[in-house]
Design a protein around this ligand. Structure first.
Ligand SMILES: Cc1ncc(COP(=O)(O)O)c(C=O)c1O
Length: 560
């Protein structure tokens, strides 16, 4: 007879009880007054081992005398140790939520308990591109449509009663269209590649964006944010130590972390800081050739455009050069274009897909076999809907059997979040001229965009005015990546504290001002240089002044 072990723990004591039959469990529940809800997730017939956390609410463990006792004569095994875990998971690093943000969380709790205990009254999370955490308002049209697809009863009653101040007719029509396309409920799984009609909307958007270079719904995979797409692509294209993936340095650490998870080499190519973090093709060729000489197949080249953390935007010529290398060596290109809407001044974003099509037109045969995966997301731009996990990838030039493998991988996760898919539809097809919501939507979009533009300039100018900081002019994305020429005494102090100098600066900044940033070492930087990444999403200007004051004091303290 199979025996099941039930462990009940409360704050004062621990009982181990043996349960021999499922029927026994019900009688046990009755006899002990134990809340059955605790067992809901553990079907009785499956119950092999069951362990609760501290007992809360109505669950009261009863005296041991009511339970059958069995004597066991084995030594209980110890719980897992860290070395029992998957080494690849242990090796993965993700600085955006690393030691400085963790310290910021501790300080946040301290402030809640004792608001006067620190020299500031709030934490400013400049460590992550998470606009709505920093009070960016969601776009009204998005939330109107989302609320209606979430609650079809409201949609039906609005369809009967007509539009209201809150819901304009185009929001109602759009919600009905999407709900029909989805099949009636956002609570149901969709197709693993994403709802076909939404993929059609995405394809139309790409076609327009790329000046009539056609895109097709069959090439679009809707994903749970761009991160899921990166995951699918790198898991599929990595063959362990046989393969390498070219990544820009500095880079968004999702890439190095995913490569670590897949046990695959990261092949860094360095962006050139002094030329505005430009991409150096000679360096890329060298990295490719060295990898081949070392017996590593360079299988993928990652391009982040606009760059995170650099904010640099690639020119058409640079993109063309990247495809030259990709075509010559059969390297898949991942174009991470999640910041394509975050462009400042007179800079223009050109998609990699568009340049690839131009090359294919102009040089028949030379670029036909280039494989490109382009990514986009609802997390950035003026949408800022990071928590809703909307994204897509467009595949160009992949053989059908490879797309099938990617589809299989996507289907293991069943489907991308359906409300995230709805948001993708809204992002790529916002209200148009003549639609009732158009004007308000445009006002909201341009307010967010110009506010970000203004603040990026203010932060940039502040950095440029400070001793020992150099910073490239922001062209796009949501970040600045200033170079801090750390005074020697500060470097020594950091080493004494067993920190990297950039980590020491970020920690000192956090503890003096509440501004949470990420040390450049989390993104990669040339040895001996020190950077940090900050977003310019936090509203207001006071935090920028606080930073300048901190920086002057830091340099006064450690100046050589
Ligand atoms: C360059 C880049 N790619 C991908 C992502 C992940 O975006 P998502 O929220 O869509 O997964 C981010 C997030 O900050 C990013 O900066």
């Amino acid at each position: 007879m199979s025996q099941s072990l039930l462990l009940l723990r409360n704050s004062s004591s621990l009982w181990k009880k043996t349960i021999q039959k499922s029927a026994y469990i019900s009688s046990y529940i009755n006899k002990t007054n134990m809340s059955p809800s605790i067992l809901i997730n553990y079907p009785v017939y499956n119950l092999k081992s069951f362990h609760t956390g501290p007992v809360t609410g109505s669950l009261k463990a009863q005296p041991a005398k009511k339970v059958m006792k069995t004597k066991y004569n084995f030594e209980p095994a110890e719980p897992l140790a860290i070395q029992d875990l998957n080494e690849s998971v242990l090796n993965a690093k993700y600085a955006v939520r690393g030691s400085i943000p963790m310290r910021a969380e501790e300080l946040k709790i301290q402030l809640q308990k004792d608001p006067k205990s620190l020299p500031f009254d709030r934490i400013i999370n400049a460590n992550i591109g998470n606009p709505q955490q920093l009070n960016q308002k969601p776009l009204t049209f998005y939330r109107q449509v989302l609320s209606l697809v979430q609650y079809p009863n409201l949609l039906e009653s609005l369809e009967k009663s007509g539009s209201t101040k809150e819901y304009k007719p185009d929001a109602i029509k759009r919600a009905r269209h999407l709900l029909n396309a989805i099949g009636g409920s956002v609570g149901a799984y969709s197709n693993s590649q994403g709802v076909y009609e939404i993929r059609e909307t995405v394809a139309d958007f790409i076609t327009k964006r790329d000046e009539d270079e056609p895109a097709y719904p069959e090439d679009i995979f809707l994903t749970a944010g761009a991160s899921a797409a990166v995951n699918y692509l790198l898991s599929t294209l990595s063959r362990g130590h046989e393969t390498g993936v070219l990544i820009p340095i500095p880079q968004y650490p999702l890439y190095t972390a995913t490569l670590a998870l897949n046990n695959t080499h990261a092949l860094p190519y360095y962006l050139e800081e002094k030329t505005g973090w430009s991409t150096n093709m000679v360096d890329i060729e060298k990295v490719v050739n060295k990898a081949i000489a070392d017996g590593i197949k360079p299988s993928v080249l990652v391009v982040i455009n606009p760059g995170n953390p650099t904010g640099a935007v690639l020119s058409r010529e640079s993109i063309a050069k990247i495809f030259e290398i990709a075509s010559k060596h059969g390297i898949v290109v991942i174009a991470d274009e999640v910041y394509q809407e975050n462009i400042f001044g007179d800079v223009k974003f050109i998609s990699m897909k568009k340049v690839l099509r131009e090359l294919q037109h102009n040089h028949p045969g030379q670029f036909d076999d280039v494989q490109l995966a382009s990514l986009h997301s609802t997390s950035k731009g003026v949408s800022g809907e990071c928590g809703q996990r909307g994204g897509y990838m467009e595949l160009t030039g992949f053989r059908p059997e490879i797309r099938q493998v990617l589809l299989k991988l996507a289907s293991i996760s069943l489907c991308p979040v359906v409300t995230g898919q709805v948001l993708i539809d809204l992002m790529v097809s916002p209200p148009q001229k003549g639609d009732e919501s158009y004007e308000q939507d445009q006002l909201e979009r341009s307010a967010i965009h110009s506010e970000l533009d203004k603040r990026s300039q203010l932060l940039y100018k502040t950095f440029k005015s400070l001793e020992g900081i150099d910073c490239q002019k922001p062209q796009g994305a949501m970040y600045l990546f200033p170079n801090i020429q750390m005074p020697f005494k500060a470097v020594q102090k950091a080493h004494h504290l067993d920190m990297t100098p950039d980590e020491f600066y970020c920690k000192s900044l956090l503890e003096a001002t509440g501004i949470c940033t990420v040390p450049g070492s989390g993104f990669g930087q040339v040895n001996g240089t020190y950077h940090l990444r900050t977003t310019f999403l936090a509203p207001g200007e006071k935090w920028i002044k606080d930073w300048a004051k901190f920086h002057k004091e830091f340099f006064n303290k450690f100046r050589d």
